[in-house]
Design a protein around this ligand. Structure first.
Ligand SMILES: C[S@@+](CC[C@H](N)C(=O)[O-])C[C@H]1O[C@@H](n2cnc3c(N)ncnc32)[C@H](O)[C@@H]1O
Length: 251
């Protein structure tokens, strides 16, 4: 996957490229990042990248011409000679469609994308109309810039790239992958603050462990995110175990 990131602060992305799972994946080129800084496309003496909003009001907007030039350069860099397919341009925005697990699964299959990180009070509406194909939000709150949102998106996608995790199956067992939250997990010591690891996990009985995990996953989801249970089409095994959980909680 090739990503062209339009940002005034490319250095921020070392938080992804220098550390952990994402750092290894980027070194292995499972995902490649190219940076396009509007400042390098601002040709006045001071390389100005902000401008006042028409109509007045607090704050500044990203200056239009350098931003558009950076977006075009990012798009151009992603067109491959073989298929000439144009990459979609996504603007990270608090007004965008919320990113969730299903969005990540959709985006991770793409070959390339341009990610536009806003700063200041954002970008000119006409840039959105003419240059942006989609707007994505990481939540109903406002960050100072799109970089952290872009990094969250890239990190979440990387986890589903084959070879990124020690065990490729691990991401598929995480919360949301099957519509439920992940079950509780335990590691050593077996006893901690007088609290013991559930004995079934030490039993070696694989069927019992599997059932316990599904049940715990259902319980965690019911307690923390009951809205997910409503949405999910439970399979027969999950329905039976959910009924058992509810019966047990009543007795
Ligand atoms: C201070 S915000 C601008 C907010 C804008 N004036 C508004 O109220 O909609 C600056 C930039 O941060 C990014 N941003 C802020 N919150 C975000 C969110 N929840 N998800 C994705 N990007 C966000 C966007 O790129 C935005 O252009």
């Amino acid at each position: 996957m090739r990503l062209g990131v339009v940002t005034l602060f490319p250095e921020m992305f070392t938080a992804l490229s220098a550390w952990g799972v994402s750092g290894r994946a980027i070194k292995q080129e499972l995902v490649t990042l190219g940076f396009f800084n509007p400042r390098e496309f601002a040709f006045d003496k001071h390389h100005t990248v902000d401008d006042k909003p028409f109509g007045g009001g607090p704050g500044m907007l990203m200056k239009t011409e350098p931003l558009i030039a950076a977006i075009h350069a990012a798009k151009k860099s992603l067109i491959s000679d073989s298929d000439n397919k144009k990459a979609k341009v996504a603007y990270l925005s608090p007004q965008g469609k919320p990113i969730d697990h299903s969005v990540i699964m959709e985006l991770v299959d793409r070959d390339s994308m341009v990610l536009v990180c806003g700063r200041y009070q954002g970008i000119d509406e006409r840039v959105i109309e003419h240059e942006i194909d989609e707007e994505w939000s990481i939540g109903s709150f406002v960050l100072s810039g799109g970089e952290l949102a872009a990094m969250a998106l890239i990190d979440a996608m990387i986890r589903f790239k084959p070879g990124a995790l020690g065990d490729d199956d691990s991401a598929n067992q995480d919360s949301y992958s099957n519509g439920l939250l992940h079950c509780p997990e335990y590691t050593r010591p077996q006893e901690f603050n007088e609290s013991k690891v559930p004995s079934v996990l030490l039993s070696g009985d694989h069927k019992a462990i599997k059932n316990w995990r599904i049940k715990q996953s259902l319980i965690a989801t019911l307690r923390k995110r009951p809205d997910l249970i409503d949405e999910k089409n439970l399979n027969q095994e999950e329905k039976t175990l959910l009924k058992e959980c509810i019966d047990e909680s009543r007795s």
